[in-house]
Write a protein of this length. Structure first.
Length: 314
């Protein structure tokens, strides 16, 4: 990777992914497979080593068009690419990964844990019982540190039971599996929310402000890219906001805003039939030529070339 990794709980690993442009990031059903989930299942369960071992413990950056994933790491560590951020993860930790979010990992050889993949339409039904959690997850991949043993055990128990049902043939199997996904997701959202509330001191204040900034960007990126706008909403000077973003994310506020805009443009180019001009307008650009220059600067290729490559890859 060409920028420092944001570290979660452990020092930086020395190796990094080779450069991956967004245009080269594939969209899979399950990783390495072009098909979606096998019928009639709406869910797939497997251990982390099952697939990662086949690929030398490296899962290259990719995304899923209509699949939601839970990754629970119970042992070992991983260097990860999550949309526009590079992070280092250490067990116990979990990820909530909504559809279209880019994710890739380099796992340590002693990694263990579970990966659960759920069809988006079934996940929407599960989310309907907890709309606040759904909104929090819509913003992108959520990294949930499970420092509280009770939280980690609750998630692990739910996913172990899910695996038993997935591999079994008991009566009420589908209902039990859905209940297990609901329990695991709710406990992860609760743990993430509790962790944010428990943060204290200067580091906690910085983390909370950085999170508020990202939330504001998520709400406003389509029509507002000025750093001064976000700084004012947070009661900060642009310089202070810059220090916070560099400390939390290793990037300047404008870079983070631009990456979010570019990510949305990429999603629109791949998963909609909108014209470049329409996408430009939807993202607040009145001049298509300016949008094209912006996209080319951020992504390395023009919007039309990005779409062509994505379609060629299927």
């Amino acid at each position: 990777m060409d920028k420092p990794a944001k570290v979660l709980d452990i020092p930086n690993m020395t190796r990094s992914f080779s450069s991956d442009t967004q245009a080269s990031i594939p969209t899979y059903g399950l990783y390495g497979e072009s098909a979606s989930l096998p019928e009639p299942e709406w869910i797939h369960w497997e251990t982390v080593p099952t697939r990662s071992r086949l690929h030398g413990y490296e899962i290259r950056p990719h995304r899923h068009a209509s699949l939601f994933q839970i990754l629970h790491i119970t042992n070992g560590e991983a260097e990860a690419r999550l949309d526009v951020e590079d992070v280092v993860l250490r067990a116990p930790v979990a990820l909530l990964i909504p559809p279209l979010s880019v994710h890739g990992y380099r796992f340590s050889a002693d990694v263990d844990g579970t990966v659960v993949t759920v069809l988006e339409e079934r996940m929407d039904r599960i989310w309907s019982a907890m709309p606040d959690a759904a909104r929090r997850c819509d913003a992108g991949v959520r990294v949930v540190g499970l420092r509280d043993p009770d939280d980690d055990k609750a998630v692990a128990d739910a996913l172990v039971m899910l695996g038993e049902e997935y591999l079994g043939h008991g009566s009420g199997r589908m209902a039990v599996m859905e209940a297990c996904v609901t329990l695991a997701t709710a406990r992860l959202d609760r743990a993430a929310t509790k962790g944010a509330q428990d943060a204290s001191g200067a580091a906690g204040a910085t983390s909370r402000t950085a999170a508020r900034f990202r939330s504001l960007v998520e709400e406003n990126f389509r029509h507002e890219r000025r750093v001064a706008f976000y700084a004012e909403r947070l009661g900060l000077t642009p310089t202070h906001l810059g220090r916070i973003c560099r400390a939390a994310y290793g990037a300047a506020p404008l870079a983070l805003i631009n990456r979010r805009v570019a990510l949305e443009a990429q999603r629109s180019l791949v998963f909609t039939i909108s014209t470049v001009a329409d996408i430009a307008v939807s993202l607040g650009f009145s001049d298509t030529a300016y949008f094209t220059r912006f996209f080319t600067r951020e992504c390395g290729v023009s919007p039309m070339e990005y779409r062509r490559r994505a379609l060629a890859k299927g």
